[in-house]
Design a protein around this ligand. Structure first.
Ligand SMILES: C[S@@+](CC[C@H](N)C(=O)[O-])C[C@H]1O[C@@H](n2cnc3c(N)ncnc32)[C@H](O)[C@@H]1O
Length: 246
């Protein structure tokens, strides 16, 4: 496909979505096209809609679920098994959240941080997740753990939240773990700037409230590096892997 054709499809994509109506098979087909065009927000929204419309247990429903599952990055599982990380986050949340606080958790994942905030005494927790498949799973996990009365899962990026309609006003505490391996990648700066400006009350608390990037110079003269491996080394070095750099 030519670059021009690709751009044309991308810019008209919302028209195709409108034309698909409520037919789950067409929505799945369109989701595949959206994926090929790197329109991942539309891709995920189409699959979320297709899933609610497809007959449960049907071959179509299984095909939709299969594609949704492929969108869940496998690092979620290793992150959940990172006991040191989880315990550190729990300690920070217990310090920041006081009984009666209203809390926003950005990036639900499994809902772990939202449940920690509820356990720390928050009066209410809204947790938002940009990936609808993950948001649906978070809602299930929250319910299975008996937190449905306190925690509400919203399948939206934080930057799309309406502070009044979704949160009932700015919250007392924002917790999040949307950090990239190099701290500031993956749009975290935009997310946090927006959260502090619109979603957190003046004087409210952030968890985490700050982070450090550690940089060191390294010399590697023995290898002639391809562009790809050079990039990967740059990424690892910004991830503060001191052992690699030592
Ligand atoms: C690193 S995971 C953390 C999951 C969970 N909070 C935890 O700590 O176990 C980050 C999650 O945040 C979601 N995410 C990233 N930026 C977001 C944003 N601005 N709004 C909503 N979700 C976001 C991603 O889709 C991903 O599921």
């Amino acid at each position: 496909m030519s670059r021009e054709r690709r751009e044309e499809l991308r810019s008209n994509f919302d028209l195709f979505v409108q034309g698909a109506g409520d037919d789950p098979a067409r929505l799945l087909g369109l989701a595949r096209v959206a994926g090929n065009l790197d329109l991942w927000r539309q891709h995920d929204e189409l699959l979320g809609r297709a899933r609610t419309l497809a007959e449960p247990g049907s071959a179509l429903s299984r095909a939709i679920q299969h594609r949704i599952n492929r969108r869940v990055p496998t690092w979620h599982f290793s992150m959940l098994h990172d006991r040191e990380r989880n315990e550190a986050v729990d300690r920070a949340i217990r310090t920041a959240v006081s009984p009666g606080d209203r809390v926003l958790d950005i990036g639900s994942g499994s809902g772990l941080l939202a449940m920690m905030a509820a356990r720390a005494g928050a009066e209410s927790v809204v947790t938002c997740e940009s990936n609808p498949a993950i948001a649906a799973m978070a809602a299930e996990i929250v319910a299975l753990n008996g937190f449905s009365d306190t925690i509400r899962v919203i399948a939206k990026p934080s930057t799309d939240l309406d502070v009044e309609a979704d949160l009932g006003g700015p919250v007392d505490v924002v917790v999040s773990e949307v950090l990239a391996a190099n701290l500031i990648g993956e749009g975290v700066h935009t997310t946090m700037e927006d959260a502090v400006r619109r979603l957190l009350r003046p004087g409210g608390r952030l968890v985490p409230a700050s982070g450090d990037i550690v940089v060191a110079l390294a010399e590697w003269t023995e290898l002639t590096l391809s562009a790809g491996s050079r990039n990967s080394i740059c990424e690892r070095s910004t991830a503060c892997d001191r052992a690699t750099l030592a």
